[in-house]
Ligand binder design. Structure first.
Ligand SMILES: *Cc1c(COP(=O)(O)O)cnc(C)c1O
Length: 438
């Protein structure tokens, strides 16, 4: 494992976290590049090399920086982006265009134009209106777009409702209604500007149960069959999304990729064998499972308050600004004192952030050694949806990101400076001193 305890200190990928905090300051995100690579290699072993005609596209939104995308590129994975900004990051990372897929429920004309200009491999169409936009742009640019239709498979998902996306009442995807879906399928098959590759679904996130993926595969295959019957068309690609759960605390079960994908592939292969037709390419889009556990956050403990008979709050020099997940969807984390990692946990401490919100609590009632101001708190598994959701609320600085691998540590993102925080601000002329104030 890339994390170990040596001389009372927490080490990650060969680096002492206490030294990292001294060198780079806190709050700090630290990523073990070895762990990211290992995760990609698990996907290779359990899915890509095990089954032919498969692809895995890393969902960039989990953690999207140029250095991260370069690691993904070097591990041979594809990339899923959802905005012009993520596409721009991919371009800066020299990510091969044909290995990029463009998702999103409200792509702007400018974003679609940028995607077509770069030549992205797939556009995942999320609604009827988008088809018109893409066709018009393709006519203008004299190109053909390779598209999939994202459907809502209408399955229930056992995860927090805020990260469930496969139910019918969703802003994502195209509903399975006869009068909506089939005219659209007919249009995309016939449109000369479009190359219709197939179907996409994504049922939700942080799943430890394969039932929703399997139910969604059933829904998709039923649709595949209807499309074949009505339009004499076999789809070329089926994208089954991401959502593979990780271990934040001991309460979470982390299932291997094969637990989800072996039965998925079995179902799909059986269907195509029965129809004596060639199986399409199968694509997955893991985000969280590639980076969550590879990342930790380091914070320095400041103010400590004991409310007798209630609890002790130890406040850190960050919080919801660098990890909104506890506040946003009651996510749970665990951590340790990185500078006193082998000392006995004899107290219950609540780790609170420094933002002006009562929900800014990172971990509640955690067993720790007696904390002191100046201690270093390490939160585990903050690699996904942490930095990528960070904000400067309260004008707190967005933390730096450090990549470590086999004892080497280097910045991947510098800490935001106060100057950078204000760099886009302008004072309107009518507010400037000397301007009339009628
Ligand atoms: C968020 C998302 C993913 C990645 O989900 P994870 O739970 O991070 O694996 C994949 N595909 C789509 C369309 C998404 O919206």
């Amino acid at each position: 494992m890339a994390k170990e305890i040596k001389n009372n200190h927490l080490y990650i990928d060969g680096c002492d976290t206490v030294e990292l905090a001294k060198t780079f300051g806190t709050p700090l995100y630290v990523y073990s590049v070895s762990e990211i690579r290992e995760e990609c290699q698990k996907i290779q072993a359990q899915f890509l090399t095990r089954y032919s005609k498969t692809r895995a596209a890393y969902a960039a939104k989990a953690f999207c920086t140029t250095a991260m995308l370069q690691v993904i590129k070097s591990e041979g994975l594809s990339l899923d982006v959802v905005s012009g900004g993520e596409l721009y990051t991919a371009i800066q990372a020299d990510f091969p265009a044909e290995h990029i897929e463009f998702n999103g429920n409200n792509k702007s004309i400018e974003e679609l134009a940028a995607a077509l200009d770069y030549g992205v491999g797939r556009i995942i169409v999320d609604g009827i209106q988008e088809v018109g936009l893409i066709r018009a742009l393709c006519q203008e640019k004299q190109v053909v777009a390779k598209i999939l239709l994202r459907i809502t498979p209408e399955v229930s998902v056992s995860t927090h409702q805020f990260i469930s996306t496969g139910q019918k009442d969703s802003k994502f995807g195209i509903p399975l209604d006869e009068e909506i879906l089939f005219p659209l399928v007919e249009e995309v098959i016939q449109a000369p500007e479009l190359d219709f590759y197939g179907l996409h679904f994504h049922v939700g996130s942080q799943l430890s149960d394969n039932r929703s993926h399997l139910a969604a595969v059933d829904a998709a295959l039923a649709l595949v069959q209807t499309i074949h019957e009505r339009f004499d068309y076999w789809i070329k690609e089926l994208n089954v999304g991401g959502g593979f759960g990780v271990r934040y605390t001991d309460a979470d079960i982390r299932q291997p990729y094969s637990y989800f994908l072996d039965p998925v592939m079995e179902k799909i292969d059986a269907f195509y064998a029965q129809h004596q037709s060639e199986r399409p390419t199968i694509v997955i889009e893991p985000g969280r499972s590639i980076v969550a556990e590879a990342g930790i956050s380091l914070h320095t403990i400041g103010s400590i308050k004991t409310l007798p008979g209630i609890r002790t709050y130890a406040s850190i020099d960050g919080g919801m600004t660098d990890n909104i997940r506890p506040g946003l969807y009651q996510a749970t984390y665990t951590g340790i004192l990185a500078n006193r990692a082998s000392e006995a946990a004899t107290q219950k401490i609540t780790i609170s952030g420094k933002a002006c919100e009562s929900t800014d609590i990172l971990v509640k009632d955690l067993a720790l050694p007696p904390v002191e101001t100046g201690d270093l708190f390490a939160t585990f598994a903050t690699g996904a949806y942490g930095y990528s959701m960070a904000s400067s609320y309260n004008n707190l600085q967005i933390p730096a990101v450090v990549f470590v691998e086999n004892g080497q540590a280097e910045l991947a993102v510098k800490r935001q400076s106060y100057e950078q925080m204000l760099q886009n601000e302008v004072v309107p002329s009518f507010l400037r001193e000397g301007a009339s104030s009628k």
